[in-house]
Design a protein around this ligand. Structure first.
Ligand code: AR6
Length: 174
C-alpha cells in the first residue's frame, strides 16, 4: 500500500497517532518550543525514560533519534530526534536534518508504528530556514516511505501559517 502524507496546522501534543516526534536537544532533558510542550503535556514518565537513555548512551547526537513512552499524550510513543542548529549552511545542517527524518522513520518501523506525526524540526529555536527545512522534510520522508512497508501515514504538524503554506505548496494541497 502506498503510504499517505498529510498536513495539519496545530499543536502536536493533541495528535492521536502511534508516534509523535519531538524536536529535542542532545541532552534529552527537555527545553522550550515543542520539546517543552511535549514534556508538559506528556508528564514525568517521558523524562524518566529519557534519563534512562542518557544513562545508557549519554544523550542523543544531532541527526539521531531515540524512542520513549508518550506518557499521558494520545500517542503510544514519542520519538525524540535532535535537529541541527542552523549555521548558515556551514555545518552539514541539511544532511543532518534529513537524518532526523530518516532515523525517526527507521525507529518507527522497528516499533511497528503505522501513523507518525512530525513537527517542523529545527525551524524554531534552531533557526533553520523554513523553506529549506520543508523541502528536506518532504523529500526525505517521501523517499523513506518508498523503501519500507510499516509506516502507513505521516502527518506534518505545522504550528505556524508560514510552515503550513510551505508544506501545502510542496505537497500540492493548496
Ligand atoms: N506543536 C507543534 N509544533 C510546535 C509546537 C507544538 N506544540 N510548539 C512549537 N512548535 P522548536 P527546534 C514548532 O523551537 O528549532 C528546544 O528548546 C515551532 O513553531 O520547538 O528544533 C529543544 O530542547 C517550530 O516550527 O525546535 C532544543 O533545545 C518547530 O516546532 C531546541 O528547542 C520546531 O521549533 C530545538 O529547536
Amino acid at each position: 500500500m502506498l503510504a499517505q502524507i498529510t498536513i495539519q496546522l496545530g499543536d502536536i501534543t493533541k495528535i492521536t497517532a502511534d508516534a509523535i516526534v519531538n524536536a529535542a536537544n542532545t541532552s534529552l532533558l527537555g527545553g522550550g518550543g515543542v520539546d517543552g510542550a511535549i514534556h508538559r503535556a506528556g508528564g514525568a514518565a517521558i523524562l524518566e525514560e529519557c534519563r534512562k537513555i542518557r544513562g545508557r548512551q549519554g544523550g542523543c547526537k544531532t541527526g539521531e533519534a531515540v524512542i520513549t513512552t508518550a506518557g499521558k499524550l494520545p500517542a503510544r510513543y514519542v520519538i525524540h530526534t535532535v535537529g541541527p542548529v542552523w549555521n548558515v549552511g556551514k555545518s552539514n545542517e541539511e544532511a543532518l536534518l534529513a537524518n532526523c527524518y530518516r532515523n525517526s522513520l527507521q525507529l518507527a518501523a522497528e516499533h511497528d508504528v503505522k501513523t507518525i506525526a512530525f513537527p517542523n524540526i529545527s525551524t524554531g529555536i534552531y533557526h533553520f530556514p523554513k523553506d529549506k527545512a520543508a523541502g528536506i522534510a518532504v523529500k526525505t520522508v517521501t523517499e523513506c516511505l518508498q523503501e519500507q512497508i510499516t509506516v502507513e501515514k505521516v502527518i506534518f504538524v505545522c504550528f505556524d501559517a508560514e510552515n503550513f503554506e510551505l508544506y501545502q505548496r510542496l505537497l500540492n494541497k493548496s
